[in-house]
Design a binder for this molecule. Structure first.
Ligand SMILES: Nc1ncnc2c1ncn2[C@@H]1O[C@H](COP(=O)(O)OP(=O)(O)OP(=O)(O)O)[C@@H](O)[C@H]1O
Ligand SMILES: Nc1ccn([C@@H]2O[C@H](COP(=O)(O)O)[C@@H](O)[C@H]2O)c(=O)n1
Length: 276
């Protein structure tokens, strides 16, 4: 599976990978299968990830993660931009991180480029490392992870390496016909937005990604959105998922007050509020 070692410490499980243990910044780490424990202070090497397993913690930072899934072209990136603006999340697109890795001249660049051209899924180890680094480098503690996990290997490896369980999974449900039309019209110069690669991406989505969505559905974590509708209508449905339930009930109360008692000053805002 993933390159790393784990061990019990203080009743918790810890995982580390990459670099030298002594270079890690102020975190307790474990030096391998023998269970030798080292407490490290000072130093600093961003390539090392140390996480508490079985808790949503990343380098001692508690994080909230929402996975954003759906077929290629279902509108994940478009809606993530809206969510960032309205709800203060940081958007991490696995595909964008992989494309940036190609541009950076990384040793994995050629392999990643070939996988993307073929619509295939890059090994989890590579993608998870990019996601971890992006979360560690960002001061925010709320992340939308878009286009990940793409298969069972992605899902299981992310969970065991980071210990992060998603808050929920936002699933954009869209017909293949509509997705194909959108991808062919996207016009962002992406090497994989051609009909041959699009077909391969659809096959990978059906065979490998849908089972992941089904897995989370069985855990009651999927929030399904009808993504065939226009952008604004899709976002109305997305908002209803992100607005905490207590806020919804407060606005519901407000609407009832407006309806029952005629609070005219509040009526426009309250009536425009989309209650779901
Ligand atoms: N609801 C919508 N209606 C019509 N067009 C849309 C809608 N949402 C997004 N689009 C357009 O469809 C194209 C694909 O959208 P987007 O890049 O957000 O999809 P995606 O799911 O992130 O794709 P990928 O998985 O390939 O990265 C873009 O050109 C975008 O402007
Ligand atoms: N978890 C992932 C996500 C993406 N890829 C590769 O990137 C391509 C483009 O992804 P988008 O989300 O930007 O459409 C995708 O087809 C894969 O080749 C991946 O390997 N693993």
């Amino acid at each position: 599976m993933v390159n790393g070692r784990d061990c019990a410490l203080g009743g918790k499980r810890w995982w580390w990978w990459g670099g030298e243990v002594g270079a890690c910044n102020g975190v307790i780490v474990v030096s391998g299968d023998s269970g030798v424990i080292a407490t490290v202070s000072g130093g600093g090497n961003d390539d090392i990830g140390v996480m508490e397993v079985n808790g949503s913690s990343l380098n001692e930072k508690k994080v909230t993660v929402v996975f954003v899934l759906g077929g290629p072209g279902s509108g994940k990136g478009t809606q993530c931009a809206n969510i960032v603006e309205h709800f203060g999340y940081t958007h991490l697109s696995a595909g964008d991180l992989l494309r940036a890795e190609i541009k950076s001249g990384s040793e994995n660049g050629t392999m990643i480029q070939n996988m993307i051209k073929e619509g295939k899924i890059v090994p989890s180890e590579v993608t998870i490392k990019l996601l971890q680094r992006a979360m560690q480098e960002n001061a925010n503690d709320k992340f939308l992870i878009d286009g990940f996990p793409r298969n069972e290997e992605n899902r299981a490896a992310f969970e065991s390496v980071t210990g992060i369980v998603p808050e929920f999974v936002l699933f954009f449900d869209c017909s293949e016909e509509e997705m194909e039309k959108r991808l062919l019209g996207r016009n962002q110069g992406r090497e994989d937005d051609n009909i041959a690669t699009i077909r391969k991406r659809f096959n990978v989505y059906m065979e490998s990604s849908l089972p992941v969505i089904q897995y989370y559905d069985s855990k009651g974590k999927v929030r399904k959105i009808d993504a065939v509708k226009p952008v604004e209508e899709v976002f109305e449905a997305v908002k209803a998922v992100f607005i905490p339930s207590h806020e919804k009930s407060v606005s519901s109360t407000t609407v009832n007050m407006v309806k029952n008692k005629g609070y005219e000053g509040l009526s426009t805002a309250a009536n425009n509020w989309d209650l779901k």
